[in-house]
Ligand binder design. Structure first.
Ligand SMILES: [Zn+2]
Length: 275
């Protein structure tokens, strides 16, 4: 239906205007869908990239902590060696003391150095335990990192595919939209686009569903529904401002019972002179 908008001088009928607008709406909705589809993937890719950066930073930080702990252990080992050397020295001196007082002083020193050795050994044990835990943490983080990197690769491929796929489709749709738009009078097109951009679901034109507006679902009075069916005037929803058409024009109801009874067929055939 309505395949000829090319009657140069003849007025375009309201019915044809509505049909063209509705087709345009369908194409624009299709384009919106593509944008939504693509709109989520880049976000997911970015989230994964952020997470991977975070994991790498975390692993790097743990590695530095391990390095610090290892240095600490090395220092304590040197301290232990020197304490042990002191103990040996004091023990040797004890063999050559001249009185008990000197002997006791050396005994105190030996005790003190022994405590130093014990304390350092305890700290080394703790540090080694901590190193082990941190190394396990690194392994865990690296496993997660590997998983996320794989996810990222998959998502990136998916995104690239969709972009490549939809690019063609989008271009085709854009061309069709342009062709349709050129057949719509500028004032009407502008109004349609304004309604569309003001509506949350991007619908500038919609059809009557169960006696209500298909955009805002407010009831449409019977007389108005009848006017819409007549396709003689451009009628907008009094609540949301969307342009209204009957379901048959929208191609939603396959010409069946009630439509055949109420709608005279001739209006379509003689559409060009209807305006
Ligand atoms: Zn409405």
């Amino acid at each position: 239906m309505a395949k000829d908008i090319k009657k140069d001088n003849a007025e375009v009928s309201v019915e044809q205007k509505l049909t063209t607008l509705y087709k345009l709406q369908t194409i624009l909705s299709e384009m919106d869908k593509i944008k939504t589809l693509r709109g989520e993937l880049p976000l997911e890719v970015r989230d994964l990239e952020d997470e991977i950066t975070g994991l790498n930073t975390r692993i790097e930080k743990i590695k530095n902590e391990i390095e610090e702990l290892k240095q600490n252990v090395a220092t304590r080992k040197i301290d232990i060696e020197s304490a042990k050397a002191s103990i040996e020295k004091y023990k040797a001196q004890q063999d050559n003391v001249r009185n008990n007082r000197e002997y006791d002083v050396l005994t105190k020193e030996i005790e003190f150095q022994s405590l130093e050795v014990e304390l350092n050994e305890k700290r080394i044990k703790e540090a080694n335990a901590s190193i082990k835990a941190k190394e396990e943490e690194i392994v865990k983080s690296q496993n997660v990192l590997e998983e996320r990197s794989k996810d990222l690769e998959d998502k990136k491929n998916e995104l690239n595919e969709i972009v490549a796929e939809t690019k063609q489709e989008e271009e085709k749709l854009r061309e069709s939209a342009k062709a349709l738009e050129s057949g719509i009078e500028p004032r009407l097109l502008q109004a349609f686009k304004r309604i569309r951009s003001n509506s949350r679901n991007g619908l500038g034109i919609t059809y009557v569903q169960r006696g209500a507006c298909g955009g805002c679902f407010n009831k449409i009075p019977a007389q108005r529904q009848l006017d819409i069916r007549m396709r003689k005037k451009i009628i907008v929803c009094e609540y949301c401002g969307r342009i209204m058409v009957d379901p048959e024009l929208a191609g939603v109801v396959p010409a069946e019972t009630e439509v055949k009874e109420t709608k005279p067929r001739r209006s379509r055939l003689s559409a060009s002179s209807a305006e």
